[in-house]
Design a protein around this ligand. Structure first.
Ligand SMILES: C[S@@+](CC[C@H](N)C(=O)[O-])C[C@H]1O[C@@H](n2cnc3c(N)ncnc32)[C@H](O)[C@@H]1O
Length: 272
């Protein structure tokens, strides 16, 4: 079966109003982390670290420059909407780092969204800390939550698939053993994932694929509120779900659109 996608160029806070209660089976949220800075990161020419060189600039994206108050309030706002939209059989996955993970956790608890698991995504190849004044940040946090309330504990969990899963790059997962809450997934992207361009905070598709393996519903609906380059939407389409996404920036919208069209064309070609 061919699945559909709907990518909307615009503000997710307006778009979510149009989605009905209990209408989505899965939601993957990769929101602005509020981690950006306007500072330039000058990498001194005398600082010789093997394998690295050049001038570096930290991510400084307008959409990510949120005050702490705005970050908290917007997290609360989109989580409240997602709680309304997600089915009792569905679940929501939320990416974060320490910049916003406290907000996400507190907002889930305030809204009665029940936390199923907290994942530590271990990035073995993470970028070194060039200042030498902090540890190398090498993980992100992902919260897996459901609608909340005991009677709603009907969320999809593809237990057998998670147990049999293994991947050559993941040194923590053995086939036949239960999947743990630490995922060893390198942060690199394949040529395929970058063929239409890149996004400053693009996720490797393997992370979204793992989420779908655990909680995907074939032919169900996946909602991606902050689409970026479309990684989670592409993974959802490949998995066999219908996908809805929002992106406010036209450059990223166009990039995501190209990636999604590519999936649709490839799927159509395999039918002949
Ligand atoms: C962290 S990035 C998502 C990256 C994505 N996971 C990927 O792999 O490409 C967040 C995205 O949300 C978009 N965004 C921020 N605020 C938004 C809003 N209010 N409505 C829709 N999109 C928004 C940004 O333009 C950015 O592309």
């Amino acid at each position: 079966m061919n699945n559909n996608y709907k990518l909307i160029l615009g503000d997710v806070f307006e778009g979510l109003n149009d989605l009905q209660d209990d209408s989505c089976d899965l939601c993957i949220v990769d929101p602005p982390y509020g981690a950006s800075t306007t500072k330039n990161w000058a990498y001194g020419a005398d600082n010789k670290i093997k394998g690295f060189g050049g001038d570096w600039k930290l991510t400084s994206e307008a959409w990510d420059l949120l005050s702490q108050n705005d970050s908290f309030l917007s997290t609360y706002k989109w989580l409240k909407e997602l709680k309304r939209i997600i089915k009792p059989t569905g679940s929501i996955w939320i990416h974060s780092t320490y910049h916003n993970s406290g907000f996400v956790n507190v907002c889930c608890q305030l809204l009665g969204l029940e936390i199923i698991n907290e994942i530590a995504w271990y990035k073995r190849n993470s970028f070194p800390n060039l200042s030498g004044r902090r540890l190398t940040a090498s993980h992100e946090t992902i919260l897996w939550v459901h609608k909340g309330g005991e009677k709603n504990r009907k969320y999809t969990f593809n237990y057998e698939e998670t147990k049999s899963f293994s991947a050559p790059y993941d040194m923590l997962k053995e086939p036949g053993k239960q999947m743990r809450t630490v995922w060893d997934i390198p942060n690199n992207k394949s040529k395929d994932e970058m063929q239409f361009g890149s996004h400053p905070t693009q996720k490797p598709i393997r992370v979204a694929e793992r989420i779908l393996l655990i909680s995907g519903t074939p032919n169900g609906t996946l909602l991606v509120p902050f689409a970026g380059s479309g990684t989670e939407m592409v993974a959802g389409l490949n998995y066999g779900m219908n996908v809805i996404g929002f992106e406010i920036d036209s450059e990223y919208y166009n990039l995501a659109k190209k990636r999604l069209e590519n999936v649709v064309t490839n799927k159509a070609n395999t039918l002949f």
